[in-house]
Ligand binder design. Structure first.
Ligand code: SF4
Length: 441
């Protein structure tokens, strides 16, 4: 009888992608996926370490794995991802019931461990390979990830990623196009290009055959069957005009740009080592509005960075007010071990951070709701994802702007349909399917 595995994923889209690769690799080794952790012979965690809360949430889950291993010592417990990479061998000292640990660049080593007769715990922490080389098992057949690079050369003072994912390495463009063509042939209509810093893609490629991010987008756009292209995460310092222009030119490239701000204060951005200031950031926003007026802009913002004054925070509110984001991920500053910001002077009391976060969320949601009104009365192209999460009589999907839509109508997951938008809130749009896509074009 086939052995069963169960994967729990924490964190970012790169981890979601890596877990799809873990599933694909294990399926190719003859494992079956268990729906419950308790049914699994192999219990895996793909961890995140971007914030303290991520660590504590994962460690709570690990407790159940310990209990299950106690019930059946034959079970194998494995920990992958950024947290494992950040603590390395310490995993086994702190959690002796863990059998194997591996960093984001070592997922393939899990197969080696499973095929070995090793009786002792094994850790693999080199930055060796792209998980994008492994077989995959996609969460949705019609949506796929394309890992274009690994690692990050930036040195944001609060971030642990460079130490857990290594230096930036771009994948070979020919290999990427071949993989994107295979995804399209396999039914993927929407592909998301993934990297810690996608818009610095290609800089480390050998001169012969070196291309930049906008050229890569052009080549993916040219692939038959790819109807939508998204990417995450770009860095404002590398958001060059050629990348913004292709949003206006390429039919498949969606009208959505995620542009992490982090702070509206140039003084705070300097201490964050973000390498851009408020002016440069707003200049990028203006360029996006010039070339793609209807583009949705989303962002990431950290509140309560060490030394953030009330005036600094007001500058963040001003930018949020001025840009009018279509959506934002907002976070409390969380000191990460071995980062510069963790020991910086001016650490703020938690209640101050929470109070500021509430004020920011109010501005972001109000502006997002105002911005979303521009869709009411328009018929938008929606990629159907399935049944609505809030009303099983309705369907759910996303516009090219990345807006979630709950709507009445009959359609299959993976279909592109025209939806007339009747209502809009900061989070979702509401509407009714009006026509098959073809009549929209
Ligand atoms: S750009 Fe900065 S925040 Fe983003 S992964 Fe790199 S170091 Fe971390």
């Amino acid at each position: 009888m086939a052995q069963k595995f169960h994967v729990t994923t924490f964190g970012c889209q790169m981890n979601v992608h890596d877990s799809e690769r873990m599933r694909g690799m294990l399926a190719s080794l003859g494992y079956e996926e268990a729906s419950e952790r308790g049914e699994a012979d192999l219990i895996l965690f793909n961890t995140c370490s971007i914030r303290e809360s991520a660590d504590s949430r994962f460690i709570a889950h690990l407790g159940e794995a310990k209990r299950l291993k106690g019930e059946d010592p034959q079970r194998i417990v494995g920990v992958g991802g950024c947290w494992a990479q950040s603590v390395k061998e310490e995993v086994f000292e702190r959690f002796p019931f863990v059998d194997v640990a591996f960093g984001p660049g070592q997922i393939h080593k899990l197969a080696e461990f499973l095929n070995s007769d090793s009786i002792s715990a094994q850790g693999y922490f080199e930055f060796e390979d792209f998980s994008g080389h492994l077989p995959t098992r996609r969460e949705r057949e019609f949506q796929g990830w394309l890992q274009i690079s690994q690692g990050c050369n930036c040195a944001c003072s609060y971030c642990i990623v460079p130490s857990t994912r290594g230096r930036e390495v771009s994948r070979d463009p020919g290999e990427l196009i071949a993989e994107a063509e295979a995804l399209a042939a396999d039914g993927v209509r929407e592909v998301t290009l993934l990297g810690q810093n996608v818009n610095s893609y290609g800089r480390d490629l050998p001169p012969a055959g070196r291309i930049g991010f906008s050229e890569l987008l052009r080549r993916v756009d040219a692939i038959e069957g790819i109807d939508r292209i998204r990417y995450t995460s770009p860095h404002p310092k590398d958001m060059k005009e050629d990348v913004i222009r292709v949003h206006a030119e390429l039919p498949a490239l969606c009208e959505q740009i995620h542009l992490p701000l982090q702070s509206g204060s140039s003084a705070v951005l300097k201490r964050m080592r973000r390498t851009y200031d408020r002016e440069r950031y707003m200049d990028r926003v203006a360029l996006i509005r010039e070339h793609v007026p209807d583009c949705a802009i989303t962002t990431d913002i950290i509140v309560g960075f060490p030394g953030e004054t009330e005036r600094d925070f007001e500058e963040t509110l001003e930018v949020a007010e001025e840009v009018g984001y279509d959506g934002a991920f907002t976070f409390l500053f969380s000191p990460r071990r071995e980062t510069e910001a963790a020991t910086m002077e001016g650490q703020l009391p938690h209640p101050v951070k929470v109070e500021r976060l509430q004020r920011l969320v109010e501005v972001v949601q109000r502006r997002a709701a105002e911005r979303a009104q521009r869709f009411v009365g328009r018929t938008m192209e929606v990629l159907v994802e399935g049944t609505s999460r809030t009303d099983e009589t309705r369907l759910r999907g996303r516009t090219r702007h990345g807006k979630a839509v709950n709507f009445d109508g009959v359609a299959e997951a993976g279909e592109l349909v025209g939806v007339e938008i009747e209502s809009a809130t900061s989070q979702t749009l509401g509407g009714v399917a009006v026509k098959p896509l073809a009549s929209l074009l």
